[in-house]
Design a protein around this ligand. Structure first.
Ligand code: B4P
Length: 196
């Protein structure tokens, strides 16, 4: 049925604040376990780059540190998943869900996550990492003002998502304060214990 693309493939979702290292860890997971990594942020930035009508509205929202409408993100994710569904053994959905309604719609229309990996890291560390990335990223949201706003969005809108999934025991939290390899060692323990 149009708009519904229920997936039989397993998916895991990745939560955590801005710059907590979701994308970085997903890259390492793909190398070791071979899943398909889809980052909602990357999909949105690619849409902006494409120059599409849909993309034109996105830069402003991302620069303000706000969340893009859940319909837009869900549509982009569905399109990207459908392109890979025959060749993939499962998906890592990075930066999603960012608000409760996204999680509910995703489960209804696409799939229920096997688990939600949550990267726990201080605001100070996230800020330092993003300011470090700003030197080379060219991203419209890698600046001190937007980072502050992104942290407010994260604490007010995304944290309740973690609380929601915690109730069903799906949240696996990793301390992401350490270096990339240190964090990946923890991530591997979770994957090795929870994937079939
Ligand atoms: P994203 O693109 O998802 O966020 P991000 O800043 O890239 O975070 P990530 O945690 O992946 O950081 P990374 O690994 O790169 O979001 C951007 C914007 O898109 C949002 O503000 C929003 O507007 C929009 N958006 C995205 N998803 C959405 C959704 N579902 N709904 C609505 N809107 C949405 O790491 C950051 C830096 O730290 C890198 O330089 C990295 O090298 C470094 N680093 C990572 N781990 C490290 C470690 N352990 N030690 C030292 N450095 C580390």
């Amino acid at each position: 049925k149009e708009g519904k693309v229920k997936m039989k493939l397993p998916c895991k979702t990745f939560a955590g604040g801005p710059g907590s290292g979701k994308g970085t860890q997903c890259d390492l997971i793909v190398k070791k376990y071979g899943y398909t990594h889809l980052s909602s942020g990357d999909l949105l930035r690619a849409e902006v780059e494409s120059g599409s009508e849909r993309g034109k509205k996105l830069t402003e929202i991302m620069q303000k540190g706000e969340l893009v409408s859940l319909e837009t993100v869900l549509e982009l994710l569905k399109e990207a998943m459908l392109k890979k569904v025959t060749s993939s053994k499962g998906f890592l959905i990075d930066g999603y869900p960012r608000e409760l309604e996204q999680g509910i719609k995703f489960e209804k229309e696409i799939c229920a996550p096997q688990f939600v990996l949550n990267f726990d890291v201080s605001d100070e560390t996230m800020t330092q990492r993003l300011l470090g990335r700003a030197a080379t990223s060219g991203r419209a949201d890698d600046n001190a003002e937007t980072i502050k706003k992104r942290l407010v969005t994260f604490h007010s809108i995304t944290t309740p998502v973690i609380e929601h999934y915690s109730k069903s025991g799906k949240v696996k939290t990793v301390s992401a304060e350490g270096g990339k390899d240190e964090v990946f060692a923890e991530v591997q323990k979770i994957f090795d214990a929870n994937i079939v």
